[in-house]
Design a binder for this molecule. Sequence first.
Ligand SMILES: Cc1ncc(COP(=O)(O)O)c(C=O)c1O
Length: 266
Amino acid sequence: MLDVVETIVEEKSYVDNKDARDKKLENPAGDNLADNRYKGRGLFLDPPSVFISHSVWKLYLPEKMRFGNQKLEDTPFSLRDELFSEIRDGSTLAAIYSSYISQEILLHSGSEKSTRIGALIIEPVIQAAGGMQMVDPLFQRILVRECRSRKIPVIFDEVFTGFWRLGAESAAELLCCQPDISCFAKLMTGGIIPLAATLATDAVFDAFVGDSKLKALLHGHSYSAHAMGCAAASKSIQWFKDPQTNQNLDSERMLLREVGLYFFSV
Ligand SMILES: Cc1ncc(COP(=O)(O)O)c(C=O)c1O
């Protein structure tokens, strides 16, 4: 039996690439790369997004999460902390998210019987490449929880969000949940020099360690542990965390102070 391992991905960001590839498939003329290998595979979810209107944070729910006259998305949040608060985990909206996710997973496994989901991959908090769209943190927390309960490994792509871009060292801290694997780059070196890192839990790491070639991950990158990249990263990580060199740091909360509001009030 063909056993295809797929991923759950949140729509928009990754879907941009998927759409581009699908369009090439529809119109392969002149595009000799058109090939089934480029067809996006996986379960693509449509996440609820967050936007600011008249200084309050609001939610925008996709069609599938709206029921009857319920206007849950109209609930405003005056502070960013309210939006991230774990108190929301017990709300009606959390139950709606949970049922949407369960239903999508069920439908997906029902339609493709030989397919099982191999991992969840998301950009935590902000989908960068898909148009700087902020996803409701509650949705991502529930998504992670639903995947964990099905033993689906969770991968966070923190290439954009990692290393203080959103005011905390990682977006995982803002979400209050930890992934099994996370990818970092960009600000790790302060953007000065290219370097990327993939972090994994011991359980994931150990799964790729072994004497047998069948078990061990037999791959080394050309620039692994590049000396200049590592030196820049080491200084950048240190300076970001030090209130002497990063005067915007609130060292008690380990968060950057917000300066954005000054822009609007000038
Ligand atoms: C969220 C995200 N993931 C992955 C990448 C790709 O990173 P790289 O260019 O290091 O391959 C980018 C690049 O902008 C990104 O924003």
